[in-house]
Design a binder for this molecule. Structure first.
Ligand SMILES: [Zn+2]
Length: 422
């Protein structure tokens, strides 16, 4: 139902309009501008004023896993659940994301193409959640990182077939595990999993069916090979070494910048705790990368260990503590994110014809990014979504690593740190 929203600040993605108005139609934004210039045709529409508030584009989480529950042992749960149980969890995760103002999310690893089912259910209005962009099972080597999602492939023929099958099943992009990861027993994040030639086959085949490739890459060699193959986004990109140090490579970063590859560092609510537990300054090279011209996007790996889907804000706050201005962080979560995901013609901005994806927050996020958690309204594709209040407290801090049964990845981190110190 068409409506006029007013607020002292409307951040469109291109500018901040003082005493601004957003006119939303059935699904899209009809008009944006200063209140004094509102065309007469909209004056009679129902109108809601939000004094003291800011209207911004809906947020985008560029890296989530709906099938992980964000508790202490998400991988174990995923592996023990049936597809039907997974589907219930994934719909729940999607609601959680929307409840904190995430109106678009990219799922970078799910089992059995359940993410395709969830994406379509949300798009059809059968379920509530953000617009989903989905990758299906991540392509990995046999026994490699997240093999239990079903994307194992080794030979070049297998890799081609896997990309083709993913395309046939309706994914939006291809995710490849260029290195090992922190979540899989027997997998180490510092080792490359595929050769450069194998990665090139994946990218070439994906390109043939017009799909971008997102590469999970922690270790330097795996990053280098993914860059060489021409992937579209690098996930994590942490420059991690065998002793769990961060060895930043400026020439490699320069190449990432030159090729226009987006980097999603998967900073999340746990960053301060990981830093404390392991002695790693999470994101320490991000400022340098940004200054070199690398386009950084916000994504949290929501769903992984101790990273619930409703704690997106913690990621943005940490990016500010790394030294980014709130406006830059907001761009990473809206305009830049939309560009990286290939949806910048429909979302990430407030402009006529764009989908009405927006949030209304109490206060000015330029002064304090935390006000993005003070939601007064969430609208996704023109439909209101009011968070299920009481089910979770969006302002509550995380419960990082509260479980006595630390997951394998954390053990790995701590052991590697000990080796370094020895
Ligand atoms: Zn991930």
């Amino acid at each position: 139902m068409p409506e006029v929203l007013t607020a002292p600040r409307v951040m469109t993605g291109d500018q901040t309009v003082t005493d601004g108005v957003v006119v939303i139609g059935d699904r899209t934004v009809d008009w944006v501008g200063p209140a004094e210039a509102l065309p007469t045709e909209y004056v009679a529409l129902p109108r809601t004023d939000y004094p003291g508030s800011t209207i911004t584009p809906g947020l985008i989480d560029c890296h989530v896993h709906l099938g992980f529950d964000g508790g202490p042992t998400p991988a174990a749960r995923l592996r023990s659940e049936t597809d039907e149980q997974q589907l219930v969890l994934m719909l729940h995760s999607a609601r959680d994301l929307l409840g904190v103002g995430v109106t678009t999310a990219r799922d970078l690893g799910a089992r059995a193409y359940l993410d395709v089912v969830v994406r379509d259910a949300i798009a059809e209005g059968l379920a509530r959640g953000p617009r989903m962009i989905v990758a299906g099972p991540p392509i990995t080597v046999t026994g490699g990182h997240c093999w239990f999602m079903g994307g194992e492939a080794d030979s070049e023929d297998d890799l081609r077939r896997m990309v083709r099958t993913h395309h046939k099943r309706g994914v939006d992009l291809i995710k490849v595990m260029s290195t090992g990861g922190f979540m899989t027993t027997g997998s180490a994040p510092w080792y490359a999993q595929f050769t450069a030639a194998q990665l090139a086959v994946i990218v070439e085949e994906a390109r043939r069916v017009d799909k971008p490739v997102a590469a999970h890459a922690h270790g330097i060699e795996g990053i280098r090979r993914a860059v060489e193959a021409g992937v579209s986004t690098l996930e994590h990109c942490s420059f991690v070494t065998e002793t769990n140090e961060r060895r930043f490579s400026e020439p490699l970063a320069a190449r990432i910048a030159e090729q226009g590859i987006f980097v999603c560092p998967t900073i999340n609510v746990n960053a301060p705790y990981v830093a404390e537990l392991t002695g790693i300054a999470v994101g320490e090279h991000l400022k340098a990368m940004h200054e070199m011209g690398i386009r950084i996007i916000a994504g949290t790996d929501a769903g992984v260990d101790n990273t619930p889907h409703h704690q997106y804000l913690g990621a943005l706050e940490y990016l500010v503590t790394l030294g980014f201005r709130p406006e830059e962080v907001l761009a990473m979560a809206t305009t830049e994110a939309a560009a990286a995901l290939g949806v910048d013609a429909i979302t990430g901005r407030l402009a006529p014809g764009y989908d009405a994806d927006l949030i209304v927050v109490d206060g000015d996020p330029r002064a304090d990014i935390a006000v993005l958690g003070m939601l007064r309204r969430v609208i996704a594709r023109g439909r209101d979504y009011l968070p299920d209040s009481g089910r979770f407290d969006v302002s509550a801090p995380g419960t990082p690593f509260a479980s006595p049964e630390h997951t394998v990845d954390l053990q790995l981190l701590i052991e590697a740190t000990r080796r370094r110190q020895a």
